[in-house]
Design a protein around this ligand. Sequence first.
Ligand code: NDP
Length: 337
Amino acid sequence: NKQIVLKEYIRGYPKESDMATQVSKMSLKVPHGSNGIVVKNLYLSCDPYMRSRMTKSTAVYVEAFTPGQPIVGYGVAKVVDSGTPKFKKDDLVWGMTGWEEYSLITNTDTLFKIEHTDVPLSYYTGLLGMPGMTAYAGFYEVATPKKGEYVFISAASGAVGQLVGQFAKLFGCYVVGSAGSKEKVDLLKNKFGFDEAFNYKEEKDLAAALKRYFPDGIDIYFENVGGKMLDAVLLNMRPHGRIAVCGMISQYNLENPEGVHNLTQVIVKRLRVEGFLVFEYYHLYPKFLEMVLPYIKEGKINYLEDTAEGLESAPAALIGLYSGRNIGKQVVVVARE
Ligand code: NDP
């Protein structure tokens, strides 16, 4: 069983060499008396929060990885053997699995059975999985949008951002996104239907750039990056605006995170700034599927994946998130069934 492991806890930006491939023996049968399942991993998801598990820290909401053990993350897998009536052989599932060819999953509470297989299975690492639910919960539940409102999204071409933008457009909002390259900006405007988009790396004055796109201010900011962008947004919010704080990827690898300087705007503009974690919203998953599956079938949602082939490509794919190498949702193909 080929596996990707974290060698040691890290500091700063992760590198490919912080992870290693190893091979270990594994039984494809569930141990006697266990109510877990053995799965064959098909698609693995690279997600920004995984960086926080590469360091031992009390300041995060997930446990650190165990060095020498396979990295744990979201994925799509096929059941090979089952010790629980919840799943049977050949069922397809998405949820927490290991960065390895086969995994024994002892806690099956975090797994969802895949019922709809008339869409690409890899979608369950993104659009129909955790990032899709994040976009849905963050936009509809946290940002509480109203038709016609002005919405700004950072890291807009990524897994979560591309979906938030499209949900917001379908809802009837005016939507602008920022991303880190010309290619991504073109995608936002031409593939995902954003009203406007800009490359934040080319803007010397982010507050002035936002003023250009939102002369009357921003009602909703879907926050994915933090740092300087958040400061610039605070200066451009409209009274009673809402900031759905989803992520702050610009800060995850810094030993000393940057300060935020314009927080008094929260008072001046009477803003609601609300952080959220997707796993508190998984009870809405059936409602989410009810909305999003028809959108996919009717061609109302476009979805872009960046696919890395083979388990060995996973470390490079993961670290690519922190330099913006991925264009769309970063997926690793371990096996296609
Ligand atoms: P993406 O697919 O968007 O990939 C990450 C992107 O972030 C990169 O492609 C890059 O795009 C951008 N980025 C990287 N470094 C920086 C930086 N220093 N400054 C600005 N942008 C940067 O990831 P996801 O869509 O999966 O995740 C987006 C955000 O949502 C993350 O912050 C993540 O932690 C958060 N999240 C939160 C969840 C929750 O429950 N609260 C659940 C899931 C995700 P570019 O080229 O545009 O710079």
